[in-house]
Design a protein around this ligand. Structure first.
Ligand SMILES: [Mg+2]
Length: 220
């Protein structure tokens, strides 16, 4: 297994699912729908799930079905004191430092949120300056194959087989796998999966179990 680039998802991939950060973002999405789009509070949860399932992100669903100012939306939903949810993560830093290959964030969130998360975790310098964010791939989003193609174009057009893609979303991982990427799924909720065709770990700290170091031979 050789590779020249690792594409990392951001939210609940670089940090654990139980930090409360993602829940806070979801609550801001609810509030945006209520306060700015005047959707009745009682309808928000079901509508958000429906849009997410149909369009891949709530933002894309709102943009397709309503008059949405995407910049305003992204600013509002990510307006969160991130250091109340995340802290510097030396264990993550040590792990990432073992992989001296290009590392790029590929996220359905926006770049400024990704910047703040990486800086709070104290791993910003270990990743490319360039972030493939939701505006880079707009109006697309993961898991759409075209979004992966843009990510590949923006990161030097490596063959998909030379790229490792890591995400906690099974839909995103399945899409990348189909496109020929080497994939690793962070199955953080321990969902039952039968004979997955790719490595599955529960959290990022287990990465060494399935991604060989450039100087090692460990594999799942
Ligand atoms: Mg994620």
């Amino acid at each position: 297994m050789s590779y020249k680039l690792i594409l990392f998802d951001l939210d609940e991939t670089l940090y654990d699912g139980n930090t409360g950060l993602w829940s806070a973002i979801k609550e801001n999405i609810n509030q945006y729908m209520i306060q700015k789009l005047h959707i009745p509070a009682a309808d928000v949860r079901a509508l958000r799930e429906e849009l997410f399932n149909q369009y891949g992100t709530t933002m894309r669903g709102l943009a397709e079905t309503r008059n949405l100012d995407k910049i305003d939306y992204l600013k509002f939903v990510h307006d969160i004191p991130i250091d109340e949810f995340l802290a510097p993560d030396p264990e993550l830093r040590t792990l990432l430092e073992k992989y001296p290959v290009r590392k790029v964030i590929f996220t359905n969130a926006d770049a400024s949120h990704a910047e703040r998360v990486m800086r709070t975790l104290k791993v910003r310098d270990l990743f490319d300056d360039k972030i493939v964010d939701i505006m880079t791939i707009d109006p697309l989003c993961k898991p759409m194959p075209e979004a992966f193609e843009i990510a590949r174009q923006k990161t030097g057009l490596l063959p998909a087989g030379e790229i490792v893609f890591i995400d906690d979303s099974l839909a995103n991982v399945l899409s990348a796998h189909q496109l020929g990427y080497q994939v690793i799924w962070l199955n953080k909720k321990n969902q039952p999966v039968e004979n997955p065709e790719f490595p599955v770990i529960q959290n990022i700290y287990q990465l060494e179990q399935c991604l060989p170091l450039p100087n090692g031979n460990k594999s799942c």
